[in-house]
Design a protein around this ligand. Structure first.
Ligand code: HEC
Length: 124
């Protein structure tokens, strides 16, 4: 009888521990976690970054509003205007996209832009 009670107690303890662990890890889902884009990928400005600007930015940043993000203008506009620097997390471009412009790009697009900046923001 005592043996059975011990077993039940053990199961209860295990259950409570499991609930606690699940509870703790589920909290993390609410924090801001960048999605995984392969950290080994080399990002190319023309192939990976400019299309993000074309799709999400040039409707407003089409010349009159800095930075000018139109194809052929964007690279010089970003570098001359000091919008990109390393670490990319501190750059004007990235902080804008994680701040008031959060809704203007997806998490994946943000990660690509951050990766490109941290790889030296090359005109590649
Ligand atoms: C609906 C219009 C609109 C769209 C779309 C838009 N922006 Fe902007 N953006 C603005 C306005 C207006 C400002 C200036 C006011 C401000 O800083 O919020 C601005 C400011 C900025 C700045 C800071 C400029 C400075 O001088 O500090 C950056 C960087 C920027 N945008 C990048 C982007 C990027 C990258 C995208 C696309 C992913 C984008 N914007 C899409 C309207 C837009």
């Amino acid at each position: 009888m005592n043996h059975k009670l011990n077993k039940i107690r053990q199961i209860l303890v295990a259950f409570v521990l499991l609930a606690a662990v699940t509870g703790i890890s589920s909290c993390e889902k609410n924090s801001f976690i960048l999605p995984v884009v392969d950290p080994g990928t080399t990002w190319h400005f023309q192939v990976d970054i400019q299309p993000i600007f074309n799709a999400n930015c040039t409707s407003c940043h089409g010349g009159a509003k800095a930075p000018d993000l139109r194809d052929g203008k964007s690279y010089l506009s970003l570098t001359n205007g000091a919008f990109v620097n390393t670490p990319g997390e501190t750059s004007k471009l990235y902080t804008k996209l994680t701040g008031s412009h959060l809704s203007r790009a997806t998490d994946t697009e943000r990660s690509k832009i951050l990766g490109w900046i941290n790889q030296g923001a090359l005109n590649n």
